[in-house]
Structure formats: structure tokens, C-alpha cells
Design a protein around this ligand. Structure first.
Ligand code: V47
Ligand code: SF4
Length: 360
């Protein structure tokens, strides 16, 4: 084992990448602190002591979804079902205006695949938010929605992205990636686009000039080899496009879901997964701890395990909370700054494209 750590340290110092086998060995090893120390070293070399956060607001316009992934406690089949909803355009605009007034720089907007809403609805939302609050960056939709809109309109994903861009889309979040391996997708999201399709559409989005993030939903039915395969495919795509900004491992929340036997993610697994992501994804500058799913304490500790981004104020979150996340709904800027400072790091407020707005 010591050889493993020695070799990886030498690779970090030489700026060469770790192999799939080494990543697997790290997942299998019990020495969390040794993995974390290496990840902290790798992070320090590119990001120094800075930890980024932003002031943002999530808007989930509808939870009606034709996919019904088994891990998703958020979605409903139709409007009449208990808890089913679709926000009216005015409600969406109200939330965006409130965000803008509160100093937000970003709207993070995703939702279910609604069977009846026309593509124009989404174009209208983008254009109306931009008209009201031109300075807000709109980070919205994922490869899953792009594929759905393409089917809905008979257009290619590239044509869909161009229309969304023209209406106001500025970048895309990293959702829908889950775990790329086909066998895992069959169990947790049989209706969702394949991992290959997610990667193909994301490549086209990058080519169209939009930055995106990438996520990995972990802690359900996948094994370590599936996680490494997921990371490997992301590293390859990033080599080709450079279009990913941040990687965000999402800790699975099991309540109200239909994933059998999954117990949720422990702190050790969460920290190890974040640290290995930092070590393996040498071409991703930012590794993000999404505090909604990880909880505040693990998120804070992760800043010593290779993480350099702690997401934002969020304000209203449905997807994780419907599945039992016990984190708060929102954090103030002051709380984020305090959390980062107490981890002995320098808080830096950023915009969506990682331009530094204020260092604390
Ligand atoms: O794609 C669904 C996940 C994602 C559960 O890009 C669940 O900046 C845990 O992608 N337990 C949406 N996770 C959230 C997302 C995201 C969040 C924050 C920042 C960014 C970013 C992206 O949530 C879905 C799915 O993978 N999800 N159900 C659950 N029970
Ligand atoms: Fe629909 Fe997304 Fe939930 Fe899957 S994760 S059921 S695609 S809202």
C-alpha cells in the first residue's frame, strides 16, 4: 500500500496522471487520511488555499417527469398526483427577481421531463428571466433535457442548444450523468438516456461554446469499478473538449426512493470519493462538495480532502430534500464564508464561470 501512495505522490509532483487501477486501489484501501493528504496536495498545486462559492438560487420548474428513475424521490407521474406541480411563468420570474435582488449571480434551473409542456415554454422562461434580470447567468437543463427537447421538436441536439442559447441559456449544470455503466442504469434509471448519449450530447454542448459541469450519483447499486469507469469517461471527454468546469459527486439520499437495499452514503465513503475524484480528474480544475447532499460538516471537512468549491446559497432545493437530505434549504453568504474560514481556507465568491468577484 505504501508503494501505491509513493507512486501517486510522485505522479502528482511530476504532473502525470494516475491510472484506472490506481484509482480502484485507492477506493479499496482503508487509509482515508493518506488518500485525503494526496488529494489536498494535488488541489493545493492548482488552487492554493482558495475555496469558491457563489450566490445562486435553484428553480425546479416542474417535478412531472416521464422517466421516473428509481433513485428519484422528486418526480411525479402527473399533475394530479400528490405533490405534483409545475410552476407558472410568473412564479419562476418572481423567484428569479428575488434572487437578483438578494445579490445572486446565477439561476440554476432544472426539472422533470414534462409530457405536455412545449419547447417554447422553456425558451420563454429563458427570455423572460433575461429581460427582467439581464445580469443573471442562467445555468439550466442537462444533456437529458436536451435529448428530450430534440425528440419533442424533431431537431438535432445542436439545433436545440442553439435555440436555447439565443433565448438566454449561458451554461449547463452537470446532472443526469448518474453512473454511466449500462448495467447500473438498467437498475436505477432504465428510461433515461444512456451514458454514451449523455457524453455525446455534452460534447456537442461544449462544441457549441457552453461550459457545463459533470456529476456522479454514488452510493446506490454501483461498485467501485463503475465509479472509476465513470471518472475515466469524463476524463477522456475533458481531454477532447476542455468544456467541463467542475466535477460534483452527488451522495445518494435513499428516503422515499425505490432503490432496494441502499442505505445512503457514510462520511468515509463521501470523503474518499471526493478525494479520488481530485486525484484522478487531473484535467478538472474544480471539485465541488454539494453541501445539500453531503451535509455541512462533511462538506467543510472535504476542504481538507481536495475539494475547492462548496456550491452556493441554493435557497430552495427539492431533489435532495424530497429524498431525505437533512441539510438546510439555504445558506447565507456569511454562513458559507464562515464555513470555509473555519476550515482554514480562503473564501472567494465567484460567478458561474469562476471569475473571482470578492476574496474574503
Ligand atoms: O441528476 C436525484 C441527483 C441531480 C437523488 O452542476 C439525487 O453545479 C442524491 O445535478 N439523492 C440534480 N441525488 C442535481 C445536480 C446538481 C446539483 C448541484 C450542483 C450542480 C452543478 C448540479 O440530483 C440529478 C441526480 O443525479 N439526484 N435524486 C437522490 N435521491
Ligand atoms: Fe426525472 Fe430527473 Fe427524477 Fe430521473 S432524476 S425521474 S429524469 S426528474
Amino acid at each position: 500500500m505504501t508503494n501505491l501512495f509513493k507512486n501517486i505522490r510522485a505522479k502528482i509532483e511530476a504532473g502525470t496522471r494516475i491510472s484506472d487501477d490506481e484509482a480502484l486501489a485507492l477506493f479499496a484501501c482503508d487509509d482515508l487520511l493518506a488518500v485525503g493528504e494526496l488529494a489536498a496536495l494535488a488541489n493545493q498545486r492548482v488552487n492554493g488555499n482558495k475555496v469558491y462559492f457563489n450566490v445562486n438560487r435553484h428553480i425546479n420548474y416542474t417535478n412531472i417527469c416521464v422517466n421516473r428513475c428509481t433513485f428519484c424521490a422528486f418526480s411525479r407521474e402527473h399533475e394530479g398526483e400528490d405533490g405534483g406541480y409545475t410552476l407558472a411563468l410568473n412564479d419562476i420570474l418572481k423567484r428569479a427577481a428575488e434572487a437578483s435582488t438578494a445579490g445572486a449571480t446565477e439561476i440554476h434551473m432544472v426539472g422533470g421531463l414534462h409530457p405536455d409542456l412545449p419547447f417554447d415554454f422553456y425558451l420563454e422562461i429563458l427570455a423572460a428571466i433575461k429581460a427582467d434580470s439581464p445580469k443573471l447567468h442562467i445555468k439550466a437543463f442537462t444533456a437529458v433535457e436536451i435529448d428530450y427537447f430534440a425528440k419533442l421538436t424533431g431537431q438535432s441536439p445542436v439545433e436545440v442548444v442553439e435555440e436555447l442559447k439565443a433565448a438566454g441559456l449561458d451554461s449547463m449544470p452537470g446532472g443526469g450523468a448518474e453512473i454511466f455503466a449500462t448495467e447500473v442504469r438498467k437498475q436505477i434509471c432504465p428510461e433515461k438516456i444512456s451514458g454514451e448519449r449523455w457524453l455525446e450530447i455534452t460534447e456537442q454542448v461544449h462544441q457549441a461554446g457552453l461550459k457545463t459541469n459533470a456529476t456522479m450519483l454514488f452510493g446506490h447499486v454501483e461498485d467501485y469499478a463503475d465509479r472509476v469507469d465513470h471518472l475515466a469517461r469524463l476524463r477522456q471527454l475533458q481531454d477532447r473538449t476542455g468544456g467541463f468546469q467542475a466535477f460534483i459527486p452527488l451522495a445518494f439520499q435513499p428516503d422515499n426512493t425505490r432503490v432496494r437495499g441502499a442505505k445512503g452514503v457514510g462520511g468515509v465513503d463521501a470523503l474518499k470519493t471526493l478525494a479520488i475524484s481530485r486525484l484522478y480528474l487531473d484535467n478538472f480544475r474544480h471539485i465541488k462538495a454539494y453541501w445539500v447532499m453531503l451535509g455541512l460538516k462533511i462538506s467543510q471537512v472535504s476542504l481538507a480532502f481536495g475539494v475547492n468549491d462548496i456550491d452556493g446559497t441554493v435557497v430552495e432545493e427539492q431533489i435532495g430534500h424530497d429524498a431525505g437530505a437533512d441539510s438546510p434549504q439555504q445558506l447565507s453568504k456569511e454562513q458559507l464564508v464562515d464555513l470555509i474560514r473555519k476550515a482554514d481556507k480562503q473564501p472567494v465568491e465567484r460567478d458561474t464561470l469562476y471569475q473571482e468577484l470578492r476574496a474574503y
